[in-house]
Design a protein around this ligand. Sequence first.
Ligand SMILES: NC(=O)c1ccc[n+]([C@@H]2O[C@H](COP(=O)([O-])OP(=O)(O)OC[C@H]3O[C@@H](n4cnc5c(N)ncnc54)[C@H](OP(=O)(O)O)[C@@H]3O)[C@@H](O)[C@H]2O)c1
Length: 245
Amino acid sequence: MTARPLEGKTALVTGGSRGVGAGIVARLAADGAKVAFTYASSKDRAEAVAAAAGGDAHAIHADSRHEQDVVSAVAQAADRFGGLDILVNNAGVGSFATITDLTMDEIDAMLTINVRSAIVAIRESLAHLGEGGRIINIGSINADRMPFPGGSIYAMTKGALASLTRGLARELAPRGITITNIQPGPVDTDANPADGPAASNMLAAMATDRFGTAAEVGAFVSYLAGPDAAFITGSSLDIDGGFGV
Ligand SMILES: NC(=O)c1ccc[n+]([C@@H]2O[C@H](COP(=O)([O-])OP(=O)(O)OC[C@H]3O[C@@H](n4cnc5c(N)ncnc54)[C@H](OP(=O)(O)O)[C@@H]3O)[C@@H](O)[C@H]2O)c1
């Protein structure tokens, strides 16, 4: 293993301006990859992430709610780097309320950003990914375990990513491309702060006494993106502090 296992590789991460995505961008760049990433609204934070990640990191404005933005982001990343080796579908949103209280706008946002945009990014990336290519989806442990009321639609969208991952593994293996789905448990981000109102409930469901960090998820993504992970495909892999075990 080289000190920089992703040297020479190129990556696109959706939703890299904050939280888990920013941790993924930082780690892929530190491990040698040239990384492009998208953001929707956090321009200043996106620029700070790019600057911190170093020379080749590049922020692209692309709203995952719009198919054409995702199409364009993949094309921009591939053009800039002369190809694409790694796609990470990270952009995601969660609205937590009972099914009778969620608005259709909230439901549509989860379906569009968490699922539809991932399908589009994968479809577009396949024009560029070749032997050794990697697709990594950021799902959620809630796909398998949803021990609180109010998370049914979010959990369903993450379950869809797990199914998409299983289904595509067979389509992509003949091309030497793997696809995996990481299922984080609670990770300290703006969306799920470790000191937020839901934190004590989540900690009560976990084996660890702390939330995970974006850097820990970034390290897992980097491993799956690297040469040692070529035999892992179709899997949903938990990184969750023992959530609900
Ligand atoms: N934190 C957790 O406990 C946890 C657990 C399991 C899974 N996850 C998953 O991890 C992923 C990241 O979550 P997070 O906690 O890091 O969330 P976060 O702190 O809210 O960050 C979300 C990221 O996604 C981007 N994003 C949101 N809507 C977008 C859109 N329409 N188009 C493009 N980018 C968009 C945001 O960019 P802008 O700010 O520029 O809009 C931001 O970079 C999600 O898929 C989430 O479901 C998180």
